[in-house]
Ligand binder design. Structure first.
Ligand SMILES: [Zn+2]
Length: 316
């Protein structure tokens, strides 16, 4: 282990609170950048230039741009024109900060660096998918390529067996990532095909298939499997209250494609999506959420479970 990694681990054990706070602030700053990514990438604008500015055109001063704190201090209103600053900004900053704290406690410094990049990508693509119903290829295909590359550079990203033995060479990292990507995207492709036959409507976009490739490259096939089914459960938990509300408003739960058109729907919720595609829900945030739950909490028990299950099938 490098001297830098050792120094980081020393600081962590020396003062856990200061370590956590430092990591949180770092993550919140990255979250601040992710806010820029979320708003600019879908419209094709540069994420570095120009600097942050308000909706009124005024440049944001550095002291009004401090993650989380500035929003609280300004009580969600811009200093220049008094317009509302969405609560999403401090939320993304605080959420990214918390994710970083979890990542930097969970993994050794080298793996934590890689997974910091990974969770940052997940946060950005989730909000972009939520806003636009699309995930740009630079996150999905780009994530797959970066995941394969980093799996070769840092093979210890992939736990190779439940006893905790780490893979030691680049080739093994390469094949583990590739296997994860193919099993992940292959699995969701089958689920999508079956869902399309059963529901007789397009169940998910090809962006989700590509995203599963990126998740598999970073998390291995076990992580990809968990992200798909765990993500579906997670997504359902969020959808049920919405579905109940929709039901009592007398709307179809699963409108056929185009059925909502011309019925004046989408007025109550004010959502543009409601008008053009019935009731569409982005699946990207669910997959990303499933992947986070796996990576940060359930990797070891879930891997042990699926490996035991695979062994059972092999014995059978
Ligand atoms: Zn302004």
């Amino acid at each position: 282990m490098s001297a830098l990694a050792e120094a980081i681990l020393f600081m962590r054990d020396f003062n856990p609170l200061v370590y956590s706070l430092f990591v949180f602030v770092f993550g919140a700053c990255i979250g601040s950048f992710l806010n820029v990514v979320i708003y600019r990438v879908p419209v094709g604008r540069s994420v570095v230039f120009p600097g942050s500015h308000c909706a009124c055109g005024e440049a944001v001063r550095w002291y009004d741009n401090i993650p989380v704190l500035s929003w609280l201090f300004l009580r969600g209103r811009a200093r220049c024109c008094g317009c509302t600053i969405s609560v999403r900004y401090p939320f993304v900053e605080a959420f990214t900060g918390l994710l970083f704290v979890a990542v930097w406690w969970r993994f050794d410094p080298l793996a934590a660096t890689v997974f910091s990049l990974y969770v940052s990508g997940l946060v950005a693509l989730s909000f972009i998918d939520f806003d636009t119903m699309e995930i740009p290829d630079r996150f999905t295909i780009g994530g797959f390529l970066i995941g394969v590359g980093l799996s070769m550079a840092v093979p210890s990203l992939h736990l190779t067996d439940p006893s905790g033995v780490y893979a030691a060479d680049a080739l093994l990292g390469f094949f583990t990532a590739l296997q994860g990507a193919f099993i992940g995207s292959g699995l969701i492709l089958w689920v999508a095909l079956v869902a399309e036959v059963v529901l007789r409507k397009e169940a998910m976009g090809f962006g989700d298939v590509k995203l599963m490739g990126a998740i598999g490259a970073f998390c291995g096939w076990e992580g990809a499997v968990f992200s798909l089914f765990g993500g579906a459960i997670l997504g359902t938990a969020f959808i049920i209250p919405l579905a109940v509300r929709k039901f009592f408003q007398g709307e179809d739960l699963l409108p056929k494609r185009g059925a909502a058109r011309g019925r004046g729907e989408g007025e109550e919720d004010g959502a543009g999506e409601g008008e053009k595609e019935g009731w569409r829900i982005p699946f990207g945030p669910s997959l990303a959420g499933g992947s986070l739950v796996y990576l940060l909490w359930l990797q070891e028990p879930f891997d042990a479970y699926v490996h035991a299950f695979a062994q059972l099938l092999a014995d059978f």
